[in-house]
Design a protein around this ligand. Structure first.
Ligand code: SAH
Ligand code: SF4
Length: 412
């Protein structure tokens, strides 16, 4: 870092034309985030020696520089030239909400003004970053706030990996120094955007780049059956979590419209066929909805569905949000359900993190949209504005906020 490389005879103009990497408007700068080493080399053009591409790649994925100007391994004239054609492509921070339990929810603005949520959940021994894979979601689950947005668009590989790298840059995370988990459980259905998701994973695990272990990435799907078979062949392949959420075909189809197309029987067959590695277990997620799927009979059916698979079950007590027609079960009901399941299968309760900062999936973004439509500035029912910056505010929950936080029970 900080060493200025001399100009070499190799990197003289003429400059290659913007072209094959996908930039349409020649006046628009090409974002480098999301390009792999080969693509950076192609974008630079053959006039440059290969090591220039590597310097840029490392500056983005290892050092996570803020701008091209900060790539001090390149000579100044080259940085100036590159700056006319490229941008790093970082998202812009619109707002950050900090919860009493340390969870930080970032509302990030993408190049075209679309907003996504990224969440950082620090724990004593590790950090977890939850990223979005789409803007909105087309699946329409009845208990999920993201569903009300519909699908706005898919995220690109750079926008997906960029959320992790952005948080790492912002708060100084380094997977080589402290355990970092990445969960693809934010807005969107990752298996309906598998190509970009797969590329984002390749970028994040590259040992020459960010260097995250693929064992630390978990992809959560609602159950897009043919894509589960596709995922099984992916290399590198993340861990897999299935949002089961119901134990009969009828109930699943009511809660998750796409389950009419990909039935429970087909989903369970895909799970049984899934080639688990020796160190791996499938995860089944189960959102607990009071009086709907939280009865003893549900727990027993859940065990009979998953009992033969090397797996664990994560129970997610429903996160209430305006307009969602469900309730969260009482704590004793949640624990009773857990007790029944864990007689046969490891079972954990994922007590919500950051429920005092609009904890439900998509809630933050919906709130922002509602404010936009109402024409009001940053505000919150449960938070005080404690700091502002250009275009965003930091909201902190005041005394008496609704949070009731319990420790994570799953330490695997
Ligand atoms: N689309 C993917 C990943 C994003 S949703 C999927 O469905 O798996 C991530 C998790 O949040 C899923 O397990 C989903 O069932 C759960 N979820 C959605 N809305 C919720 C809510 N209101 N309360 C609790 N969990 C919710
Ligand atoms: Fe989409 Fe997942 Fe929400 Fe269902 S739970 S609407 S699949 S984000």
């Amino acid at each position: 870092m900080g060493v200025r490389a001399a100009t070499t005879a190799h990197d003289q103009p003429p400059w290659p034309k913007v072209g094959s990497i996908g930039i349409k408007d020649p006046l628009m700068k090409l974002p480098l985030l999301g390009l792999d080493l080969l693509q950076i080399r192609q974008a630079l053009g053959e006039a440059f020696p290969a090591y220039r591409a590597r310097q840029i790649y490392e500056a983005i994925y290892c050092q996570r520089v803020g701008s091209i100007e900060e790539i001090t391994t390149l000579p100044k004239w080259l940085r100036q030239e590159l700056d006319t054609r490229f941008t790093i492509g970082w998202p812009r921070l619109r707002r950050v909400f900090e919860s009493a339990d340390g969870t930080r929810r970032f509302l990030l603005e993408l190049d075209d003004g679309q907003l996504v949520e990224t969440v950082l959940m620090p724990e004593p021994d590790r950090d977890t970053v939850c990223v979005s894979t789409q803007v909105g979601c087309s699946v329409g689950c009845k208990f999920c706030l993201t569903a009300s947005l519909g699908l706005r668009r898919n995220l690109s590989a750079g926008e997906i990996a960029g959320q992790v790298l952005w948080v790492a840059r912002q708060v100084g995370l380094d997977p080589h120094r402290r355990q970092l988990n990445v969960v693809l459980m934010g807005q969107g259905e990752p298996l309906l955007n598998l190509e970009a998701v797969a590329k984002a994973i390749r970028l994040l695990v590259d040992p020459q780049g960010f260097g995250l272990s693929v064992r630390r990435i978990t992809l959560s799907t609602v159950g897009i059956v043919p894509k589960i078979y596709e995922l099984a062949k992916l290399e590198p392949r993340p861990k897999l979590a299935i949002s089961l959420n119901a134990t009969t075909q009828e109930q699943r189809a009511q809660l998750i419209p796409i389950a009419r197309k990909y039935t429970l029987a087909e989903l369970m067959a895909a799970c049984r066929a899934y080639p688990l590695r020796s160190w791996e277990r499938l995860t089944f997620e189960y959102v607990l909805l009071r009086g709907v799927n939280d009865q003893e009979a549900d727990a027993r059916r859940l065990v009979s569905l998953v009992g033969q698979i090397r797996c664990k079950v994560n129970l997610i007590p429903f996160n209430p949000a305006p307009g969602l027609p469900f309730q969260r079960p009482e704590e004793n009901e949640i624990l009773r359900f857990q007790q029944i399941v864990q007689r046969s299968v490891p079972c954990f309760v994922r007590w919500s993190r950051g429920v005092d900062v609009f904890g439900a999936c998509g809630q933050l973004r919906c709130m922002e949209l509602a404010e936009k439509e109402a024409g009001s500035g940053p505000r919150s029912e449960s938070g005080n504005l404690v700091a502002t910056g250009p275009g965003f505010g930091i909201l902190r929950v005041g005394p008496g906020g609704p949070a009731k936080l319990s420790p994570e029970l799953d330490n695997t």
